[in-house]
Design a protein around this ligand. Structure first.
Ligand code: GRF
Length: 218
């Protein structure tokens, strides 16, 4: 059983997906603490509904981000957290935080990295005209959305898509791949070799996807 510390800043639908998998006994993990940098987010309500301890950390109460992160590390360590889960946590972490949990911080990003790192990526995917987008669970390193990739899910981008429609399609897949990535970790199946994440005993997928549909070979 691994102990999770989950960092949030928003509505917490990914947090909910993880809670649901744990409660359905699909994931052997315990959420020791949910931490938010904003007291008024729905993610905190979700945690409370499930009797999960919560903590609010306000950057403005610390002279520097390093001090804030040092406190964050102390809280997580005092709750014996094995794996830190960033679930819509809208703040960059300092190198000292990342060094405190080497290869033990996961993030979910709503695009197929390394395409579209950063913010507002669903809008950027629609504007760019890509035919596929998706989501990525990756380990957190000191760059922005640059760490080794654990799992990705692909969704089509339609010609008439809005940012909202694409975000909704991607979010549904986030809720599938994030608990799965945590499960790989909990089962000790993840090995990192440089940039590559090797997952022991995982099933390979076959075939290809195209968008729009190829018609000439049917
Ligand atoms: C998700 O799209 C996630 O990929 C991004 O922030 C959003 C968080 O959503 N990092 P939620 O708070 O889990 O609903």
């Amino acid at each position: 059983m691994i102990n999770l510390g989950i960092l949030v800043s928003g509505s917490g639908t990914n947090l909910q997906a993880i809670i649901d998998c744990i409660e359905a006994k699909q994931l052997a993990a315990k959420i020791k603490i949910v931490i938010s940098n904003n007291a008024n987010v729905y993610a905190i309500e979700r945690a409370k509904k499930h009797y999960i301890p919560t903590f609010i950390i306000q950057d403005s109460h610390f002279p520097a981000r390093e001090d804030c992160d040092k406190h964050l590390v102390e809280i997580l360590k005092s709750h014996s957290v094995d794996l830190v889960i960033l679930a819509g946590f809208m703040r960059l972490l300092t190198p000292a935080f990342i060094k405190a949990f080497p290869l033990k911080i996961l993030n979910i990003h709503p695009a197929l990295l390394p395409a579209f790192p950063g913010l507002h990526v669903q809008e950027k995917a629609v504007e760019y005209g890509v035919k596929f987008s998706g989501c990525t669970v990756h380990m957190v390193d000191e760059g922005v959305d640059t760490g080794p990739i654990v799992i990705q899910a692909v969704v089509p981008v339609h010609e008439d898509d809005t940012e909202e429609a694409l975000a909704k399609r991607i979010l549904k897949e986030e809720h599938r791949i994030y608990p799965q990535a945590i499960k790989f970790f909990a089962e000790g199946r993840i090995e990192v070799k440089g940039r590559k994440v090797i997952i022991k005993g995982c099933r390979k997928i076959e075939g290809a996807l195209e968008n729009p549909k190829v018609e000439i070979f049917e």
